[in-house]
Structures are given as C-alpha cells and as structure tokens.
Design a binder for this molecule. Structure first.
Ligand code: XMP
Length: 605
C-alpha cells in the first residue's frame, strides 16, 4: 500500500463511513471493508477499526464474520457493536440492557495511551441497547460513565488490552458530539498503530473534476438545484469540470418550500453567475396532487422523490435537453440514512435515494460529485471554490422541504400504552416537570435502527441542563419514546386530541408563516449562524383549551447531521415566538424540541 492505511469494517452502523472520513481528516488513508471479506483482504493494514451495527451482539446477530482478523498482529479497536464483539471474543460478557442515547460523561482511568492528552472526564456520544458487563482476563476497564440524576452508571464504557493491542469504546469517538473523539482516533491511528500521516484533502476538487469529466464523457448534466448548500456547491464544481454550456440547472418549486424561497434561490443563482442555463418550474400542483391523502412518513418521502424525477424528465423533454445525466447534490448522510449500504437500516428514504433514482444510478445515469462528503466538508470545498459565505452558510433544508415537517394523520389516537403513562409522569415529576404523551409518532434513530415512536411534552420552569437530563432519562428508560418537547405555552395542557390532516395548501401556508417567524427571530437575535439548523414542525394534535395544531421548533447544533444536540434559545426570543405563533389562527400550542440525535432525528419524519 502506498500510504499507511487503516481498515474500517462496516457492520452497517450509521457512522461506519464517518470513521473512515475522520481517519482521513487526520492525514491517514482509510478504506472500508466488509465483515465477510476473506482474511487476505485484511492484510497490509496498519490497524483495524470495527464499526457499530444495527445488530445486537448480545443475541449473536452478525457473529458470522472473518474472525481470523483477531489473529493478525495489528492493533484493533471497536466502537459500539465493535467494542462488544471484541469484549466477547476475548472472554467478556455482553448483555441486552443499559441503553443510552446521546451525551454521557466518560470518567477516564488515568495513564491510558488511547486517552493521551485528554481530561479526567470527557463528554461522549452514545447510541446502544447492549452493554459489556464483564471483560476477559487480559482486558481492563479504562473508562466508565457515572450515575447522575435519573441516569444509571455504566461500567466498561472503554476497555483495553495493551498486551494484545485490542481496544473497545462503547461510545462513538467518530461523531462530532464526542468533543475530543478526533484525539482518541488520532491516538489509536498515530500512536498505537504507528501510522505516518501522508494523505490530504487538498486534491479533492481536482480529483473530482477529473472523475466528473471521465464519467460524463461528451454528454451534458441537468442538475436539480434546490438552492441548498449541497446542490449549489455541486453546480459550481460541475461547471468547473464541464464548462457552462454542458451544465443546465433546474430549480423546482415543489410547493413545500419556505416563504418566498424560490424567488430568493433564483436571485442567489444569478448572483453566483449560475443563471446561464437556469430553468425554473412551479410544480406545486403536481406535488400536492401526488401527495393527496397520504399520511405515512415513508410513503410521503417516496412520493416526493418520485415526483421530482417525473418533473425533471418532463422538463428535460420540454426543453429538448438530450443525452444528459441527472445531477444531484447528494451527500453521504442521504445514502446511509436510506439504508443503502449492505447492513444498514433505513432510517428515512431521502428524496434523492428513492428506488427509481437508485435504478438510474445503477445504469450510470446520475452524477453526484459530493456523495462521499458531509456538510462540513461540502462547505469547506465551497470555500475553496470561492462561493460566497452567505450561500454556504444557509441552513440545510431537506429536499422534501416542509413535506417532512408537516405531519399528517387520520385523526385516530395513536397513544402509548396506558400502563406506561404513570411511569412517564413519575420520572418527569422527579425532575420537577409535568408530562403529557402525545397521541402521534415521529421518526428517530436508536442504536443504528429506525425508531417510530411517541413524543412526550414536558411542562415546567426548570433550568436548561435539567430539562435535557429529563429528556435523556425519559427516552432511555421508557421504551416507545424517542422525543421530548418542552411546552412554551403558559399552561400545562391536560390532554391533546389528534386531528385528521393531510398535505393541504392551507396547512402549508400556516407552517410557512410559523417557520418564517422562527427564522426571522433567529436573524433578529443574531443567532442564525450559531444555530446549525432549525426545523419548524406542525403536528396535527389539538392541545386542550386551544383550537388548532401544535407547532414545534427544533433548534440544533451539528456539523455533519449524523448527531445533533438541542440549542438553548434566549428567553426573550422564546417569549416572542410564543406570542406571535400562538396568535396565528389554527395554532393551539407551541413547544421546543429538546431531544438529541439519537434518539430523535433532526426532522420529525
Ligand atoms: P435527520 O432528520 O435524518 O436529517 O436527522 C439529517 C439531515 O438531512 C436532512 N434531510 C434531508 N436532506 N433530502 C435531503 O436533501 C432528504 O430527503 C432529507 N431528509 C433529511 C435534514 O434536514 C438534516 O439536515
């Protein structure tokens, strides 16, 4: 191998590809391997990292893999599922239980190579159902998480055998929310494996431009350009590779955009000089007609993705654009969340990964120059390409737009079991909060698996950190709950009634208005760039004492969208939002989403 290289074994965890990205960002090349690759495929690496998985190590799931890797004389580390597999292989015990989602504080046993340069307590990010409860004779515990209010202690969160050069971390050092995760990975790769950093991201644009030219040949590209960061960077990169004459842009108003968004997007493209072959179509009728009475989140996503392709093909025909490839600004989270790697679970079908597009990809008809990147890398590349700060730092906005933020339902209650209610109330009251389970569900992700579960509305005036602890405890300890929201209305409602609701223009306009108030509020308080993304969601439940639906605001911090943490907003802004949004006719409640990812995803569907 030309460079010192690390192998990442992809067991289908949400972050397997991210591990390889993080190793490369540290200057060392990394390659993804499959668990059943023959042992010869694992020779020549300086070290091996075993990823997380949607499978359960405690149940022996996915235990058929090339175990001869453990005979290789190179360091091996496992994260989450990988950690549990290593513990088991060397005589430890893994049990189903001790689940944790989101932040935990790792207490570090001093003097460990893996944690060189780090403090005694490190914030780390968890997402697991199974836990290591004992280790074999050659291993020692090098970190654990401590009990705090309502949160249990977890032993063996980090284990090591320096003699065997085998290590395991229950948490995910590869996600940005593990604050010093990059240092832990560097300690493994550089110090323990002894790799010399020799790889760089510098040449990415040049390599991609060459790859685009080879793939496209003498054809042209017709790019779906939403105006979001990804498709805008993809447009500039494709323009550099192919020249303006062989690139056309299509901006579609799908009726699910923010207030005045299409007009702003077209202006932005003009400012960027990308309006040479820019086409616009208002297809909102077609999208709304296709969505019809559909209420299921995955089916809604499919319909939106399919309609994009239909509109694209019709427009290409109408404009006489022939011999073209479909261009998309797809980034890696779109692929992994759609379950497009061998073992990964489908968390949600991203609009650019519906089956018809997968088929076009298989036939070589799609060009996606950013498909291996995450949002931070896309922005970095955009800066190198000279795109304006304003265009690059727009909040991410999903292709299906408000389609995944306007929840629909048939009006029938979909409630948590009666037996669970007192448990939720008791746990919430131990934090000084009232709890109300909402009779609907939203999408989340737990231990690399899709979760479609209930949100709990919490009411009460308690400090922010305590609110977050309450949300962690409730989602970790009570099955069937993947989200907590904090009531901003003046009184705690005693009940919530589900409403029958579909994708209508009237509802979309109301959500657009509320969303506009939230975005304007963030701008007014100078918070737009401090908050990474802030979906506003409309939920068809009527809070007791009011008339209309519930609005939920979800401000988060993230870098790569694979994990996210809720952001505290100033009290003044919260009061302004409460007063203005509650005054909108058709709104009966307002709340702030206080859930991390995992267990909640950023969007509700
Ligand atoms: P979740 O909700 O899965 O979202 O935590 C992760 C990031 O992806 C965005 N998102 C999408 N983007 N097409 C897109 O282009 C989609 O279908 C889609 N679904 C979610 C979401 O806004 C967040 O930034």
């Amino acid at each position: 191998m030309k460079h010192d290289t690390i192998a990442v074994i992809d067991f289908g965890g949400q972050y397997a590809h991210l591990i390889a990205t993080k190793v490369r960002r540290g200057g060392v090349f990394a390659e993804i391997r499959q668990p059943e690759d023959p042992i010869d495929a694992f020779r020549g690496y300086k070290g091996i990292i075993i990823s997380g998985s949607p499978s359960l190590a405690s149940q022996g799931e996915d235990s058929e893999y090339t175990k001869e890797i453990y005979d290789l004389d190179v360091p091996i580390i496992g994260f989450c599922f990988g950690h549990q597999e290593i513990a088991k292989h060397y005589g430890g015990v893994v049990e189903h239980g001790g689940r944790q989602w989101g932040r935990a504080d790792l207490q570090i046993i001093p003097g460990q190579r893996l944690f060189k340069g780090l403090g005694p307590v490190e914030p780390v990010w968890m997402s697991h159902y199974d836990s290591v409860v004992d280790v074999g004779p050659e291993f020692m515990e090098i970190g654990f998480t401590k009990a705090s209010d309502g949160l249990p202690e977890h032993r063996f969160a980090a284990i090591a055998s320096d003699s065997l050069r085998r290590y395991g971390l229950q948490f995910h050092p590869e996600v940005d929310s593990t604050v010093h995760g990059d240092d832990m990975i560097a300690n493994f790769v550089l110090d323990i494996c002894g790799c010399t950093p020799s790889w760089s991201m510098e040449g990415f644009a040049e390599r991609q431009i060459a790859a685009i030219r080879e793939h496209v040949g003498d054809r042209s590209v017709f790019l779906l350009a939403s105006g979001g960061v990804d498709s805008t960077v993809a447009a500039v990169l494709l323009g550099e590779a192919l020249g303006p004459d062989r690139l056309s842009l299509l901006h579609i108003d799908n009726g699910l955009m923010r207030k005045n968004e299409s007009a702003q997007v077209l202006e932005m493209f003009r400012d960027l000089g990308l309006d040479g072959n820019l086409h616009f179509v208002d297809a909102s009728d077609m999208f709304l007609e296709a969505l019809g009475q559909e209420t299921d989140p995955e089916r809604k996503r499919r319909i939106i993705g399919d309609t994009f392709v239909r509109v694209f093909q019709e427009e290409a025909g109408r404009l006489g654009i022939e011999n073209h490839l479909l261009g998309q600004g797809t980034i890696y989270p779109d692929t992994i969340e759609t379950g497009s790697t061998k073992r990964s679970d489908t968390i949600k079908t991203h609009h650019n990964r519906v089956p018809i597009i997968e088929q076009m990809i298989a036939e070589g008809g799609v060009v996606e120059p950013l498909a291996d990147l995450y949002k931070v890398e896309v922005r970095e590349l955009g800066e190198r390409l000279g795109i304006s700060h304003e265009a690059l730092w727009r909040h991410p906005f999903p292709g299906p737009g408000l389609g995944v933020r306007l929840l629909c339902g048939d009006g029938r209650p979909d409630a948590i079991p009666d037996a669970v209610v007192p448990q939720v109330e008791e746990l919430a009251s131990s934090f000084g909060l009232h709890a109300l389970a909402l009779p609907i569900r939203s999408v989340g992700v737990k231990a690399d698996l899709r979760a479609y579960e209930h949100p709990i509305m919490l009411s009460g005036d308690v400090p922010w950190d305590r609110l977050l602890d309450a949300a962690s405890a409730i989602t970790a300890e009570i099955p069937g709950i993947n989200r907590c929201i904090w009531n901003l209305a003046p009184t705690h409602p005693d009940g919530a009634r589900p409403l029958a609701a579909t994708m209508t223009r009237v509802r979309l306009d109301l959500l657009r208005e509320a969303d506009h108030m939230v975005m304007a509020g963030l701008e007014r308080h100078g918070l737009y760039e401090k908050v990474w993304q802030c979906p506003t969601v409309m939920v068809p439940v009527e809070m007791e004492g009011g008339e209309g639906e519930l609005i939920v605001v979800r401000p988060i911090h993230s870098q790569r969208a694979m994990t996210a943490a809720p952001v505290e907003l100033p009290t003044e802004l919260l009061s302004e939002l409460r007063d203005s949004i509650m005054a909108l006719p058709g709104v009966s409640g307002i709340a702030l989403d206080i859930t991390s990812k995992p267990p909640g995803t950023i969007e509700w569907e």
